[in-house]
Structures are given as C-alpha cells and as structure tokens.
Design a protein around this ligand. Structure first.
Ligand SMILES: *Cc1c(COP(=O)(O)O)cnc(C)c1O
Ligand SMILES: *[C@@H]1O[C@H](CO)[C@@H](O)[C@H](O)[C@H]1NC(C)=O
Length: 422
C-alpha cells in the first residue's frame, strides 16, 4: 500500500511520457507482488545531457577528441597483455614528464588527492615527523592527511600568494628534524609557483625526504625529478594532461623506496599500498599479481594525454604555458585588474589569480562568464576565497585564442556586473 502511494506521488510529480510508459509497464508487471518501494528515478529515464563549455578554471580542463576517443574504447581485461603494455607506456610517459629514471613509477587509480594520500601514507607511519609547507589549501590538506596517519605534523607557514625561500625551509628542517618534507610546486589555490632548486639537496642534508605536489604544474612549468633530487612526485590527469580525472602519475626515488622498506607497520591503506601497486605495474621484476581492477579506460585516456605531451615535447609545453600566461597577465592589467601574485617569476603558468576588483562580487562575475559565454573560471579556494578569481590555461586550452576569449568575456563582465552604488 505504501508503495502504491509512492507511485501515486511520482505520477503527480511527473508529466514525461517516456517516464510514464516505462514506470507503468514496470508497475503493471510487479505491482501485485512488488517489494519495490522506490520507483525508478525520473532523471535516469531521460537521456544524459552534457553541454559544451570552455573550462578555464583551475581544473578540470577540456578533453580533446583524441583523448575522449581513447576513453571510449571497448574494455579489455585488466591483466591482458595489451593493457599491461599500455601501463608500461604510461610508466615511460610519466618518467618523461617527470624527467626521472625511477623504477617505481606508476599511475594511482584515483584523482590527484588519491596520489597525495598514496604518497603520504606510504612514506609515513605512526610517530614519524613531517614538515608541511602551507601557503594555500594544498599544504593544509597534506597536513590534514598527515595528522590522520598519526604522524607528528609541523607546519611551515607563508601568506597566500607567497612562496618559500630555502632559508625558510632550512630553518624548519633544523628545528623540527622531520623525516618527510611536503611542498606544493604549483599552488593552484593562490596561483604561486614554488621554486624547487636546491630543495632536494637541502632536505637530504637534513636526513629528510622531499615530497612534491605537481598536480597543477606538471607540463606547465619545468620540473626535473632526478636532477632536483625529489623523492616523491605526483600529479593528476585532469589538468595539463587534458585527460578525465581518475588516474594520477606518481614516482618514488630509491631513497623513498628504502624508507618504505624499513617500515615497521604496513601502510594504512590496502588499496594504495605501493608494494602491491608496484608489483601490478611491473616495477619489482616479479610476476604481476591481481591487486584491484584498474580503471582501464582511464588508463587509455591518460596514455593519450601523455602521448600528446611527448609529441609536443616538454619544453614546447612549458614555453606555451609561459607565453599564454604572460599574455593573459598583460591583458588583465590592461583591463585595470590587479594580479594577486606580485613577483612575475612566482606566477604559476597554468593558473592565474587576479584580485576581485573593488565594487564587484566575484560570484556574479563567475556566473556571468558561465551564463553568457559558456566559460568556466573560478573564485578563490581556502584562504583566497572572496579575494581572487582563478583562470586556468592548461594543456590544449592554453592557447592565444582562449586568452582573447576569456579577456573579452571578462571585459563584458566588468561592464555588466558592477554593483550599483549604495
Ligand atoms: C587539483 C589539485 C589537486 C587535487 O587534484 P584532484 O584531481 O582534484 O583530486 C592537488 N594539488 C594541486 C596543487 C591541485 O591543483
Ligand atoms: C580548448 O579551447 C578551444 C578554443 O580555443 C575550444 O574550442 C575547445 O573546446 C577547448 N578544448 C579542447 C579540447 O580543445
């Protein structure tokens, strides 16, 4: 009786004929004896609708047709030789993108956050000491994850919009004697590019491993994992690599591997245990064993994203992001806007932050671009909320014509969204 009442309510709420045909068909078949109290959801009986938008926020970026096509291929088994070969190609692509020869290089089945968790929970165990550089939301999140692991966490703080100098870091290392130091290369919540020169050597001199988040910067700003002596480096798929979110490159140095071998306890996650993952990815020379069913189509897409980066060449990719970011910054200044990051060399080439101009509400500007130009840009995140707008130019969307499009949309917004005087 109760089920009939639910169906009655659904009838009253709906006028979609397709919905009705299906629902009544189902109801007729099962009403008399049906144990179902929840009717088929109306939304699912309509076709999927995905509008076209230009994604110029801090991620995700648009996916080009080649990568979309790769992701819609038919499935193969996760242990089929063709899939293992794709995984080997991904590994080589990550080694190229990271500029590393590390054997323990693979893609985590998850987004950038998942790689962040994988890095921290494999490196750290209960009672370890970690130092986390916090100048935006990513350091905050790394500190949060690290605390959940039961490690002793110290934070090195800088205001949003600034980066850390080697002196800041050396002081923190000397004072807290951490075994792991976390820092964000491309701080996408504030638009800051962190210089990495000399940090690996500095950490190692203090008996500490260097862990770097390059989710927003990989492919957009130079990074040399081996030369810069970075111990753990991770990224994501949905930013410069232009692949859908869901698989995340990561690599561990020999030093990181040694620390992980000395662990007294197992990593807190089975799913993200790099011992298992390294085996599945063919990094340990042992026969590959089933660990979890890989997101195979996500790997196909990531492979194509890495292939496009390899074809373009890292240096061309860095130059392109640099040039389009410089053009965007000039255009924003010409509109009378103020860039959030003062020092030119500290600006992240993939995500530009600009102050919300006086007399405007950031939400109105963001909504105006979406409603009138089908362009996504974003407001701030964490400490930068309300202060900035964030404009991302990543991978195939880092083009001169997209700079023109977003600037002209912003000009339009500045004309239309100014608040009336109070
Ligand atoms: C986007 C981003 C992440 C998180 O990646 P998700 O794919 O959203 O999980 C982590 N770090 C930085 C610097 C990012 O820009
Ligand atoms: C990137 O930008 C171009 C416009 O220059 C746009 O047409 C396209 O949809 C965006 N995405 C891709 C994948 O190219």
């Amino acid at each position: 009786m109760r089920c009939a009442a639910v169906l009655g309510a659904a009838r009253a709420a709906s006028s979609a004929p397709l919905f009705w045909a299906r629902l009544l068909g189902m109801a007729r078949r099962t009403m008399a004896t049906s144990p179902l109290c929840v009717p088929p959801p109306q939304g699912l009986l309509r076709p999927l609708a995905v509008p076209e938008r230009l994604l110029l926020g801090p991620g995700p970026s648009n996916v080009p047709p080649r990568i979309l096509a790769a992701g819609s291929q038919q499935l193969l088994g996760h242990m089929h030789p063709e899939v293992l070969q794709v995984m080997d190609e991904i590994k080589a692509g990550i080694q190229y993108a990271f500029q590393t020869q590390n054997r323990l290089t693979l893609a985590i089945s998850g987004t950038g956050h998942c790689a962040m968790e994988a890095a921290l929970l494999n490196l750290l165990e209960h009672g370890d000491t970690a130092l986390v550089a916090v100048n935006g939301i990513w350091g905050q999140r790394a500190a949060d994850i690290t605390r959940r692991l039961g490690a002793n966490v110290h934070e090195l703080l800088k205001p949003p919009g600034e980066y850390f100098t080697p002196w800041d870091i050396e002081e923190g290392l000397a004072r807290h004697k951490p075994s792991v130091f976390f820092i964000t290369h491309g701080e996408s919540s504030t638009g800051v590019l962190q210089p990495l020169e000399g940090l690996g050597e500095l950490c190692h001199r203090h008996g500490c491993l260097l862990l770097v988040d390059a989710v927003a910067s990989l492919g957009g700003a130079p990074i040399f994992m081996d030369q810069q002596e970075i111990d753990v480096l991770y990224s994501g798929s949905q930013k410069v690599l232009n692949a859908p979110p869901g698989s995340a490159p990561i690599s561990f140095s020999e030093g990181a591997r040694e620390k992980m071998m000395r662990r007294k306890t197992k990593p807190l996650s089975f799913y993200l245990d790099v011992g298992w993952l390294g085996n599945y990815w063919g990094c340990d020379g042992e026969p590959r064993r089933y660990h979890h069913t890989a997101p195979i189509n996500s790997f196909f897409s990531l492979r194509e994203g890495l292939a496009m980066l390899a074809e373009l060449g890292l240096e061309s990719s860095w130059e392109r992001h640099q040039a389009n970011c410089a053009k965007l910054c000039q255009g924003l200044r010409d509109l009378g806007l103020e860039l959030f990051v003062k020092e030119e060399k500290a600006r992240l080439p993939t995500v530009t932050t600009v102050r919300v101009p006086e007399g405007y509400n950031w939400k109105e500007i963001v909504a105006f671009l979406m409603d009138n130009h089908a362009i996504e840009i974003a407001g701030g995140l964490g400490a930068s909320v309300g202060q900035v707008l964030r404009i991302g130019l990543m991978g195939c969307n880092s083009t001169s014509s997209n700079v023109d499009r977003v600037l002209s949309a912003l000009r339009d917004a500045l004309r239309c969204c100014q608040r009336s005087r109070l």
